[in-house]
Design a protein around this ligand. Structure first.
Ligand code: GLU
Length: 288
């Protein structure tokens, strides 16, 4: 099979120890399978975007020896495809306009359910668009975390696919673009494990294939907090790539000998020893 993996960062900060783990894990799986490794810049949230972050991430990856196959897909260029997906979901009766604010929903118990809005329509303001969350269990077998199931109605409720501001939500854009890029396996951090049933449901409604999923253990800092690009914690230094690459490999339990002097050499050693079926599931390991 023509394996395609991807790394899909959001340009909210510099590449950090956690995102290096996701990049490395997806690269190792793709190269191990003899497949392609694609890049996608998830630049669909201008308010959260940090100027220069996209270019910084893309410049850093090759310094760690992580070279993509083919051009980067920028989500900021993909509105027409998202418009089309939204139109299909609307036409199928799966998406509905919603004027409920976060505080409206908090007062009503937190989740939006059964397509029932708390706030009345306000035709003078644009709505968000939500996807109706059915009372069904979506199940999948994660290649690292094992069998998963989630009842969408109970766990997440009707979820936003296009925001009031007119920006498309991550869930919709991710699903449309994983299909557009022909991704056969998604390898990413476990912070997105509970988003996966929403994505699988969207794939079913849109008639798109469901890739395989492997969710890597989440990289935590020494205090047990998720490492996130946006808090600017733990950036990795592309000018001195070997220490961060060694830590990322250790985090993924990939044994490598000492002595490599270039990232490409270290990655080649890692690839010889890498076995995706032995990726560790557990969270809570310090990555930095
Ligand atoms: N853009 C997301 C992030 O940086 C990752 C999306 C994904 O891998 O599906 O957290």
């Amino acid at each position: 099979m023509d394996y395609r993996g991807r790394f899909a960062p959001s340009p909210t900060g510099r590449l950090h120890a956690g995102s290096l783990v996701a990049a490395l894990g997806s690269w190792l799986c793709a190269r191990h399978a003899g497949g392609r490794w694609l890049l996608r810049m998830e630049d669909i949230d201008p308010p959260r975007e940090v100027p220069g972050a996209a270019a910084g991430i893309l410049a850093a990856l090759p310094a760690f020896g992580l070279e993509a196959d083919g051009p980067v897909l920028y989500q900021s260029t993909r509105d027409a495809a998202y418009d089309d997906a939204l139109a299909r979901l609307q036409a199928g009766g799966h998406a509905f306009p919603c004027w409920c604010s976060r505080s409206d929903l908090a007062a009503a118990g937190g989740l939006h359910r059964d397509g029932r809005c708390v706030a009345p329509p306000a035709p003078d303001r644009p709505p968000a668009w939500r996807l109706r969350a059915p009372d069904v269990e979506v199940a999948f077998d994660d290649g690292v975390q094992g069998p998963q199931r989630q009842n969408l109605r109970e766990a997440v409720g009707d979820f936003v696919i296009r925001r009031v501001e007119g920006y498309y939500a991550y869930q919709l854009a991710c699903v449309v673009d994983d299909a557009f890029q022909g991704v056969t396996e998604v390898v990413r951090g476990s912070d997105l494990l509970d988003a996966t049933p929403r994505q699988i449901w969207l794939q079913r409604l849109l008639g798109l294939p469901t890739p395989r999923y492997r969710h890597l253990p989440l990289a935590l800092d020494a205090a047990g907090r998720k490492l996130s690009k946006s808090d600017a914690a733990h950036p990795v230094d592309p000018a001195d790539p070997l220490p961060a690459l060694r830590r990322a490999l250790a985090f993924l339990d990939v044994p490598v000998p000492a002595g490599a002097t270039r990232p490409e050499e270290l990655l080649a050693q890692a690839l010889e020893r890498f076995d995706p079926s032995r990726l560790p599931a557990g969270a809570g390991r310090a990555a930095s």
